[in-house]
Design a protein around this ligand. Structure first.
Ligand code: BES
Ligand code: ZN
Length: 635
């Protein structure tokens, strides 16, 4: 492991400088046995050169302009550097740089800078000249009106229909499209911000947040815990707050606030269950922000303020495992972070495992095993698809993303194979020891970023060797560096799903079935396993009895529409079209458009719908669907 003298020299200063904050341990050299280290590793998805200079703190002053769909800002960056470094390199994408200055004894002065050629995935490096004693650089810039992280919504695209809305989605490498920074998950910094927005709107960030609007429309934020760039987040809109517990609450547009509040009443017990498992919540508050339906993900674990899709507001609290997932990221991901996007499973696999444990603690094993069984079905389908496409190496946990977009690695492999590996470990060592290990893992590596290899070394030393566990490294390596699923993988068993399968068989033979008290997950299992040969008459009977087409539960609708497309059951198509036009959640859109694109008439229908729907989608959803429907990327 590489140790850098200048970092060592500066570490005392750093520690002295932030005694009331978590130390940026990465910058200290006192690597102990329990600790992973430290110097950021090479990240192929960032231009930054952390061996020369790292950003430590960001002061962001910004104006959000809805008329031009741009943010005008100054990013002031405090750097920690090798004294011999002549420059610092930041990541940018489509940013217009107005000027760059540095602080000197004579005050703020212009400094030389150069923006390199734009790479379609990575954007352009911004190389800023430093003087010998430069500690602060200031970048004055504005964003492009098509900045990839930003989605600007017209009032029509919100539920209130009266105010515009803006939200960001920075993960994986889109933070650079709205702030010039070192956009690598191996580099952490603290931040503060002052954001000016139209006076009738509220601004929120992944930081300490206001709970109500002020007359000036100027909001201040502080994030005292060091975070990687992909966790930078901003949302601006007609937003209100409702408290849910002593340290938690929910923000949303006024129209859906009551519904949101009701959906998430169990947030506080969830935080308590998480803490009971793997140690204290380290981020002070945990709030949720429910976004308009075009949000491209289910949830995004922005620290202190999870961003969530409104499609989890099912009215019966049946989709709250998503909140457990994003909450779990407060440990796995936000506290201990994947060092590069090739180690993405460290974020998501651990989070799915933790999510499952929270759900088991709150709702019992028969509930969490339903979730695990559904995930396993998705995983098997994903493995099959990746194999068929000749992308077998993408079924490894440790990825190779050289010259590729990190998005390519965001498959069920990281999530569900990652989860199964950790569950396999639990089965091998026993829950008690495994939980103790995980708890100390989060504690010892808090506010650090680690690679897969570092994790494996840590596991070897602190679990396997320490407790003389009988596991072959070959078996572990098969999970991490090998394809598909090992033979002895864990086998989720859901008795509730066995009953669903029996009922499904009865129904298929024309018998009436009793589905009283079925949960969303039982219905999902039922729908996803409908026999291929079911014809339109039978689908129509099902639909009139159970009303899937207009269920109001987005998971059920998406699963049902997929079956309808595959069987060309056209009575559902009008509702399908409405769904595709309003919902921008990529996980739902991709399978539906793919299924449509499989037939010639389906493809034409899909292209027609997409023409209407595309303006409602965020960049990340658009880029996936452009590929499926072979649409020219024009904007
Ligand atoms: N961090 C992810 C979302 C993400 C991953 C955004 C990669 C950009 C790049 C988030 O925690 C997540 O996994 N969301 C899932 C929900 C979850 C319950 C599996 C989603 O959005 O569907
Ligand atoms: Zn996640």
């Amino acid at each position: 492991m590489q140790k850098i003298a200048w970092l060592g020299m500066l570490c005392c200063l750093v520690i002295l400088g932030c005694q009331d904050q978590p130390t940026n341990d990465r910058l200290t050299n006192n690597t102990t046995d329990e600790n992973l280290m430290t110097t950021p590793v090479k990240d192929i998805h960032s231009f930054s050169d952390p061996e020369k200079a790292i950003m430590q703190h960001l002061v962001w002053k910004a104006q959000v302009n809805f008329d031009s769909s741009r943010i005008y800002a100054r990013a002031s960056i405090k750097i920690l550097r090798d004294p011999t470094a002549k420059n610092i390199v930041l990541d940018t994408k489509d940013l217009t740089i107005e000027k760059v200055t540095i602080d000197t004894d004579q005050g703020e002065i212009d400094t030389k800078y150069a923006q390199g050629d734009a790479d379609p995935i990575l954007g352009s490096p911004l190389r800023i000249a430093l003087q010998d004693d430069t500690e602060w650089v200031h970048v004055y810039y504005h964003t492009s009106s098509s900045a990839e992280a930003l989605q600007w919504l017209s009032p029509q695209q919100t539920s209130g229909k009266t105010s515009p809305f803006l939200f960001t989605q920075s993960q994986a490498i889109l933070a650079r499209s709205w702030i010039p920074l070192q956009d690598s998950p191996g580099i952490r910094f603290t931040y503060e911000a002052e954001v000016e927005v139209p006076a009738h709107l509220l601004a929120l960030m992944s930081a300490s947040n206001p709970q109500e609007k002020n007359a000036q429309g100027v909001y201040k934020f502080k994030m005292n815990q060091p975070i990687p760039a992909y966790l930078m987040a901003l949302a601006v809109g007609d937003l209100r707050f409702e408290s849910l517990g002593p340290r938690s609450g929910v923000y949303s547009e006024p129209k859906i606030l009551e519904k949101a509040k009701n959906e998430f009443t169990e947030l506080e017990p969830m935080i308590e269950a998480a803490e009971a498992l793997y140690g204290p919540y380290r981020w002070e508050r945990y709030d949720l922000l429910v976004l308009p339906p075009s949000f491209p993900f289910g949830g995004m674990e922005n620290p202190r303020l999870t961003f969530a899709t409104p499609t989890i507001l099912a009215g019966d609290r049946s989709l709250t495992s998503l909140v457990a997932h994003e909450l779990a990221h407060s440990w796995s991901g936000n506290l201990v972070t994947n060092a590069t996007w090739e180690d993405f499973w460290l974020n998501e696999g651990f989070t799915v495992y933790f999510e499952q444990r929270i759900m088991e603690a709150l709702y019992g094993l028969d509930y969490s095993e339903m979730l695990a069984s559904l995930a396993l079905q998705d995983l098997k389908a994903e493995i099959k698809e990746l194999r068929e496409q000749g992308n077998k190496a993408d079924t490894h946990l440790q990825l190779n993303l050289q010259d590729r977009n990190p998005d390519d690695g965001m498959t069920a492999i990281a999530y569900d194979k990652g989860y199964l590996f950790l569950r396999w470990m639990e089965e091998r060592v026993g829950r008690e020891l495994w939980d103790e290990f995980l708890k100390t893992y989060f504690e010892n590596n808090a506010f650090r970023s680690i690679t897969t290899a570092q994790f494996l070394a840590y596991l070897q030393k602190n679990l396997i060797e320490k407790h003389h566990i009988n596991i072959y490294s070959e078996d572990i390596n098969a999970w991490i560096y090998g394809p598909g699923l090992p033979e002895d993988r864990p086998k989720p068993v859901s008795d509730r799903f066995k009953i669903v399968e029996e009922k499904l068989a009865q129904w298929n033979q024309g018998n009436p079935i009793n589905t009283n008290k079925w949960s969303t997950h039982e219905w999902l299992h039922f729908i996803k396993n409908l026999p291929v040969a079911v014809d339109s008459t039978k689908l129509s009977q099902l639909d009139s009895r159970f009303n899937f087409t207009n269920s109001g539960n987005a998971e059920i609708q998406a699963a049902w529409y997929l079956q309808c497309i595959q069987r060309q059951y056209t009575p559902a198509y009008q509702a399908l079209e409405k769904f595709l036009i309003t919902v921008g959640r990529r996980k739902f859109l991709v399978p539906l458009y793919k299924a449509l694109a499989e037939s010639e008439t389906g493809l034409i229908l899909a292209q027609n719908i997409y023409q209407k729907a595309r303006p409602n989608y965020h960049f990340v959803a658009r880029s996936s669907i452009d590929v499926i429907l072979e649409v020219e990327k024009d904007h």
